[in-house]
Design a protein around this ligand. Sequence first.
Ligand SMILES: [Zn+2]
Length: 77
Amino acid sequence: MRAPDLFDQAQELEELMRAEAIERSRWHGGACSAVACECGAEIPEARRRALPGVQTCVDCATAMERGKRNRGSFDAV
Ligand SMILES: [Zn+2]
């Protein structure tokens, strides 16, 4: 009856280590990137990986870029 106990312990330890590794990778991978945009839209993981620290969804980023450009032209006028 001892072997199954040992096996359970080893498995438990392995699970613990795996959870810790996931936690660590999550911490490093998405420390600054927002999971969801302020508009409520989810930011795809691919976008978060491509742009570390990204805070906005594609739509908002596009709108922001457009707004900046518009404001810039207004300032010029
Ligand atoms: Zn958004």
